[in-house]
Design a binder for this molecule. Structure first.
Ligand SMILES: O=C(c1ccc(C(O)(O)C(F)(F)F)s1)N1CCn2c(-c3ccccc3)cnc2C1
Ligand SMILES: [Zn+2]
Length: 413
């Protein structure tokens, strides 16, 4: 059944151009951020019929101008052009970059660093495509042309800083989309929520002094011993942006590995109370899926379920009149990132989320997680008084917190 074309639905952005970014060594075992990640997610969305239910965006590459919403001109030119069209660019600008040379990698490939490989023909167009797709989904969600969106893109972006490519990232797609929403549509308040298991150092840096973009990140930190090492709860923003950068930094390694109970507790006690108080006009999500089961410790190690990503998506849809755009960041175990992406698209389309397991709903967050939550609450309640109320339930399971909330309401009434 074709959908009536006038009702806005979920927008999807994907293009095969982004599959071509790959190390010239061709060894996926050495490079976990490979095209198979995107191919598998797209195949899953096709075979489940979800693509047909969505509005497929005409993909496009971001312009150099758009890249410069967050990155320097030299950075935009160095990583945004391939030698085939580099003759058009002004080489003198490259001098300003900290990194102007690529390095030979142990695998035989070329890269910015051992993780961030560079294919001189295909990386620049793929990276531009990832930005263009994310920007267009954000703009069309803002104008109401689509209801919400999911950008199935690579290379990822949240580690990319204004003048530094790193961690598989070249351009910070989500950050560029936020800046363009501010510049072109004067969007007043934007929430960027990063649930990727790795801290989005680039996103934090770009908006560190901006009170109109609230950046909340939920990530494994282990006191700085987990990639990229930034993202401690003490990093709260600077100047006018003080209090508009929130890091829920998990610590304690994998004793035990964190799961849905901990992520539900973070959402209930910190993320949603602050997000509701902030009252964003638009929500952008750096949606990485490496916190799911199936990710070996260096790249993850937790056991968040796909249903939990659906739950978080659904919660975020209560904000900004449902104007939510997800953009893929990390996630490497193919079956689990396909399950998670499928779950998120279903929820964006308005389908009921899959149930969270009863054991996780009944399980209180582990001790390490409670300590991490209480650290954030202690630091951030200065800027967000609503956290005081939430603090009590940091030790409760989801079920207990919901039960206590209902009882409180009854006693008040
Ligand atoms: O953990 C990372 C990440 C870089 C970027 C990550 C991301 O946050 O998942 C993003 F950006 F891709 F979304 S995660 N790095 C780079 C790869 N890596 C590894 C590797 C693991 C297997 C093969 C190659 C590298 C171990 N530790 C690291 C540090
Ligand atoms: Zn390689």
């Amino acid at each position: 059944r074709r959908r009536a074309s006038n009702t806005p639905t979920t927008g999807l952005a994907f293009d095969s151009q982004m599959l071509k970014h790959s190390c010239i060594c061709g060894n996926n075992a050495v490079h976990p951020e490979h095209a198979g990640r995107l191919q598998s997610i797209w195949a899953r969305l096709l075979e489940t019929g979800l693509v047909q239910r969505c509005d497929r965006l005409r993909p496009r590459k971001a312009s150099t101008q758009e890249l410069q919403a967050c990155h320097s001109e030299a950075h935009a030119l160095l990583y945004g052009t391939s030698p085939l069209n580099r003759h058009k660019m002004d080489i003198s600008k490259l001098g300003a970059l900290p990194v102007t040379a690529f390095v030979r990698l142990p695998c035989g490939g070329i890269g910015v660093d051992s993780d961030t490989t560079w294919n001189e023909i295909y990386t620049a167009p793929a990276a531009r495509m990832a930005v263009g797709c994310t920007v267009d989904l954000a703009l069309r969600t803002w104008t109401g042309d689509i209801r919400n969106g999911f950008a199935i893109v690579r290379p990822p972006g949240h580690h990319a800083e204004p003048q530094q490519a790193m961690g598989f990232c070249f351009f910070n797609s989500v950050a560029i989309a936020a800046r363009i929403l501010q510049k072109e549509h004067r969007v007043h308040k934007i929430l960027i929520f990063d649930w990727d298991v790795h801290h989005g150092n680039g996103t934090q840096e770009i908006f560190y002094d901006d009170p109109r973009v609230l950046v909340i990140s939920l990530h494994r930190h282990d006191d700085g011993n987990f990639f990229p090492g930034t993202g401690s709860p003490a990093e709260c923003g600077a100047g006018a942006g003080l209090g508009f950068n929130i890091n829920v930094a998990w610590s304690g390694g994998l004793n035990p590995p964190l799961g849905d109970a901990e992520y539900l507790a973070a959402f209930r006690t910190i993320v949603m109370p602050i997000a509701r108080e902030f009252g964003p006009d638009m929500v952008l999500v750096s949606a990485g899926f490496a916190a799911t089961d199936g990710h070996a410790p260096p790249l993850g190690g937790y056991r968040v379920t796909p249903a939990c990503y659906g739950y978080m998506t659904r919660q975020l849809m209560q904000l900004a009149n449902g104007r939510v755009v997800l953009a893929l960041e990390g996630g490497y175990d193919l079956p689990s990132i396909c399950d998670a992406a499928e779950e998120c698209v279903r929820v964006l389309l308005g389908d009921p989320p899959s149930p969270i397991s009863p054991t996780e709903l009944a399980r209180p967050p582990c001790n390490n997680a409670v300590i991490a939550l209480q650290k954030v609450i202690a630091i951030q309640s200065l800027h967000w008084p609503c956290l005081q109320e939430a603090a009590k339930s940091a030790t409760c399971s989801h079920n207990d917190a919901v039960r206590n909330e209902k009882e409180d309401k009854e006693t008040v009434s």
